[in-house]
Design a protein around this ligand. Sequence first.
Ligand SMILES: NC(=O)C1=CN([C@@H]2O[C@H](COP(=O)(O)OP(=O)(O)OC[C@H]3O[C@@H](n4cnc5c(N)ncnc54)[C@H](OP(=O)(O)O)[C@@H]3O)[C@@H](O)[C@H]2O)[C@H](O)CC1
Ligand SMILES: [K+]
Length: 504
Amino acid sequence: MKIFTSAQIRELDKYTIDNEPVKSIDLMERASRAITRAITEEWSNETPVVVFAGPGNNGGDALAVSRMLAEAGYKTTVYLFNISSHLSEDCATNKARLIESKKVRDFTEVTLEFDPPKLEAGTLVVDGLFGAGLNKPLAGGFASLVKYINASPAKVVSIDMPSGLIPEDNTYNVRANIIRADLTLTLQNKKLAFMFPENQPFIGRLKVLDIRISQEAMDATEAQYTILEENMIRPLIKKRNPFAHKGNMGHALLIAGNYGMGGAAILATKACFRAGAGKVTVHTPRYNNVMMQISVPEAVVQLDKEETAFTEPVDTEDFDALGIGPGLGQSEPTSIALIAQLRRANCPIVADADALNILGNRRAWIQQLPKGIIMTPHPKEFDRMNGNSADSYERLSKAVSTAKHLQAYILLKGHYSALCLPDGHVIFNPTGNAGMATAGSGDVLTGIITALLARGYKQAEACILGMYLHGLAGDLAAKKLGMESLMAGDIIEHIPAAFNYLSE
Ligand SMILES: NC(=O)C1=CN([C@@H]2O[C@H](COP(=O)(O)OP(=O)(O)OC[C@H]3O[C@@H](n4cnc5c(N)ncnc54)[C@H](OP(=O)(O)O)[C@@H]3O)[C@@H](O)[C@H]2O)[C@H](O)CC1
Ligand SMILES: [K+]
């Protein structure tokens, strides 16, 4: 699913209106029918409804929904906020239709004074103040109204977006002045702001309603942001050659695990095999030898000259991909070996965990990274490398510009992991769950992506398939074991089922 900006949404509306053709007011009627249906599916007409409508088309939707709910027998109280004596054309038409229908008995147009109604526990508030057209934080009377609604025990359904939330950049928004919805009914496409964890308390449950915006126009509109869907993943999966042998199924090199962190190397190695690598060699400190050999007998263990740390860059001539960083440590000798390794590697690279922390400690080295490198930071690792960010939008913007500047692939991990491509596009991953917020989960992802690179997937494909597969394996594991008990090893155990599912 593409994520469109508010300006693009306006263009798409216009295209749909001109080409379907459908009148603008009829598109609003269609959207409002879908919203009304979604409300009536969840709340019976015994529920008292209070609607707050703004002056734009979000308010227009709200007025149409009020009429439809009233026609369906809901006792509906409606407030239209028209404080600057200007309503959008379709909002004005819906005001007239609402008055004409005579079904809504309690309609107030607020122009100056507003005496807020009592919002009780059984009441449903429909929030149609502002949607995709909001371009600055709410203030004054609207801010007070939002605070009043948020403080009430009533349930809140937001039309298209929680009012006060800006569709894209909320870095300088005032969070106290954003509606905290129980349910958001968004039209056609998710908005960028919905991808960020700090905005989840405003959105509540999210439903996307299809209002039949022109598919042709959506296909033709280039979007910077895309959310992965299963049908985009399936065609990526390479069929195994029936004549395959381990020599042509990719030889992965992992450099991982210092003293006390050998488990990270084991997890990455197992995941690498499960994700289909033909051979995996692990370069690790001598101390890990026995543990590695016993835990993953399938792997070749290549020992560093040091007992407890990685200090010796490796010739990558014989390898198809390199994964480096899980549990690596950040000592001086390891740091020096890391940068030497990154510079001399002549195969695709995934750098994670301590590899990134080392780069965070020595930011000047970041400029020396080879083009095409994949980095898989979680937000803290990313901030160590790029400085603190006020919120996820700012962090993502930095990741986008860094990926472009370095010509790198930055996979920013999170609830929706965001893959930033060298050309400025961002791909969000919808799979995965909170149970995967557990030690070693990132090591598994590194192993998976390294395997896919070794198998010959290009960087973007390896990241896309890798993050989707990782999340899906986590979802399957959580289904069986529950999120609370999920461990990284369980994700590895479910890679086969995830792969099978996607290959069906
Ligand atoms: N394809 C679709 O998704 C469809 C969506 N529909 C609905 O339309 C809205 C978007 O409608 P729009 O009129 O563009 O915008 P809003 O209703 O959200 O608000 C616009 C008005 O709000 C003013 N504004 C902006 N920021 C503030 C603020 N901080 N405080 C007060 N007022 C503000 C703005 O004034 P400006 O002078 O700043 O322009 C506008 O007056 C979408 O969300 C859906 O609900 C269609 O119904 C169908 C197609
Ligand atoms: K709204």
